[in-house]
Design a protein around this ligand. Sequence first.
Ligand code: MRU
Length: 351
Amino acid sequence: MRVKQNHYRTVWMDRQSVFMIDQNLLPFQFEIFESKTYKESCAAIRNMTVRGAGAIGAAAAFSMAQVILSAPEQNFWAYAEEGRKEIENTRPTAQNLFYAVDRVLGAARKSQVPKKAALEEAQSVADEDVRSCQAIGETGATLIKDNARIQTHCNAGWLAFVDYGTALSPIYAAAKAGKKVFVYVDETRPRSQGARLTAWELYHQDIPHAIVPDNAGAYLMSIGKVDLMIVGADRIAANGDTANKIGTLEKAIAAKEFGVPFYVAAPRSTFDLNCNDKDGIPIEQRDEEEVLYQIGLTQSGKIEKVLVASPGSKAVNPAFDVTPAKYITGIITEKGIVTPSRASIARLFGR
Ligand code: MRU
């Protein structure tokens, strides 16, 4: 995507360094963070400098390549396994992270020249993410009619992947094809990925949109303002149960109640066929600070963190929820739209 006339991917690697758009500074500042070691990359994934399923996956792939590049000759594979564990411990829900680390370490292990193989495989993970998201856009755009009003939750745009995004990719493709669209952007507390990141993306792509409070979604659906809901996914179980940003589940239930088609958009790298159903999906619990404090821009132009809750109160902060397959109309993938059932998902993987 273009930012200030330049084309950017969300995350990329050059020599030993991983570069990422610093998403903690958006939408107020656009800066690139350089991570020189895999430990720095792990910290960047954990503190959400880079976030979103596919972007986490690519960052994890490049981190795994950094591990292999820095591995000492003695104890090479023990060091690699240690690094793998550290990367896997950063964010537990995003399946793309585990998929990517597995691929890069697997390619290195199979090769006579592990460093070269790791770098090439990490680059393939990132490039495939771009191609898949572009294909998701083309397929998903067929669901969008002219003048459609679409609701989305969190940020599953290009910032959440290497490029294009998943939930927003069909919207970009539909707009490019000349369709008029309007997007209701769920604010997505506590970290406000909708208000901060999705809105920033849509604003810069000239897509008409409005940020809505998280608790307004069901009302908008109930008065017929929403034609379609499209969200991303962080992990999809073998039966179609889908983990996504906290708050997705209640939107899916409301969508069913009010007859709004509810689509999930995700590449095959987000499916976890080893996970039978929702009970097997680990849900990340994050720091209560994210609920109690907000970071924003003061009127004098400074980025500041302020307390937005009653001093002394505690908070709980589950980062994801799981929408049972029965609430999902279809899953938009790079191989077409599949129904969220065991049989269709098995077919998607040629099983
Ligand atoms: O915690 P995050 O911001 O990494 O959450 C992941 C997400 O961006 C969302 O859940 C998104 O809707 C699906 S992943 C693109």
